[in-house]
Unconditional design. Structure first.
Length: 94
């Protein structure tokens, strides 16, 4: 069970409903799949690419954030640091 502060049920339900209907916002599916490129070590080029992606998805920020937080929750502890670096980079760009 996910902690309630990571992804609200309504956000997750909304994203799942949109995905199953094939109507995810442009770029969100690409952003979500690109998150898997982050490995155990924070690669600056990948973090920069994902940060740019997130900035482009600003109007769907809740869904993009939900995807990152869900990934942080799911991955092995050795893969969390690059995702936290990504969050830091996104926040600094805003």
């Amino acid at each position: 069970m996910e902690p309630h502060f990571l992804t609200t049920r309504s956000e997750k339900t909304q994203r799942n409903r949109m995905a199953s209907a094939g109507v995810l916002p442009d770029g969100l599916a690409d952003f979500t799949s690109a998150l898997s490129q982050l490995g155990q070590y924070p690669a600056a080029d990948i973090i920069a690419m994902l940060t740019g992606f997130a900035v482009d998805l600003r109007e769907h920020a809740t869904l993009a954030l939900s995807a990152v937080l869900e990934r942080i929750h799911r991955v092995d502890k050795t893969r969390k640091v690059p995702l936290l670096y990504l969050l830091d980079s996104i926040v600094k760009r805003e």
